[in-house]
Design a protein around this ligand. Sequence first.
Ligand code: PBG
Length: 335
Amino acid sequence: MQPVTAPFPASRPRRLRRTGAIRDLVRETRLATGDLIWPLFVRDGEGIEEPVASLPGVSRLSIDRLVDAAATARDLGIPAICLFPYTDPALKTETCEEAWNPDNLSNRAIRAIKKAVPEIAVMTDIALDPYNANGHDGIVRDGVIVNDETVEALVRMALAQAEAGADILGPSDMMDGRIGAMRAALEEAGHNDISILSYSAKFASGFYGPFRDAVGASGALKGDKSTYQIDPANADEAMRMIARDLAEGADMVMVKPGMPYLDICRRAKDRFGAPTFAYQVSGEYAMIEGAARQGWIDGDKVMMESLLAFKRAGCDGILTYFAPRAARMLAETRQ
Ligand code: PBG
């Protein structure tokens, strides 16, 4: 310790914060457009952009508009989009057959995008909630979410998505054994080159609320998802889930939600060194965008800071509804 009477500070870290150029030189982490995956909601119809009330600035798009969005993503340099279908309530059943219908909304959307914008990587979501009469990710029997029967349904769903041309499958259901079962079925069907980005560390979170509105699952959901999603209190358990999914054949892993779980991101990256993604989920987006629209925070600044934080925490990439806005800001600041 310097005595308080010292004539000058022992160190002057402010030297490296003095100008933009010097700060740029010593910056430890960077966000790039190539880090972003853009989640998009698809619905039936044509020429439709239907705003989602709890996700200001986000809309459900008909397939033609979705293809336009995919082209926008490509033009901005966003490498991947992730599709979520808003399913007609009349197609939802207790047994969820629509999930593996080769011509369901999601599979039609995948085909349309791969035809019009083949450069973009299409990621899917694998879980039964958009097709389930009771809103759960798994099949419910006598009030219980049954694991193995659900895994069979998820495997059929994965195969249908692979056939439709998906590049990355995203199992978000949290059933046991699904990654191994899907990987084996994909290999057997000749889809050995399709990657799996597993939602391995998916917590039973309140931050998914606006998403459930967007896909029309909130009204149907009876109870909560805490018999399959991880308790927000558990970090060791999240590590065990990631280890298991990698051992079963996942190529990449995800932590979800994002901002309240940066400790999980860091531990996962340090421990496994696998491609690690965070999902900045709907409730996180809604908090930032809602406050920004009220004028309470600087939306652009908070958006970029929140995305950079994922990179600092060790993530390779981020699923975020801010993807096109962040890509535009990154392009502007490069000029
Ligand atoms: C479906 C799924 C959910 C999200 C992605 N896939 C919701 C849930 O598990 O209830 C949430 C994404 C978001 O909130 O943005 N299983």
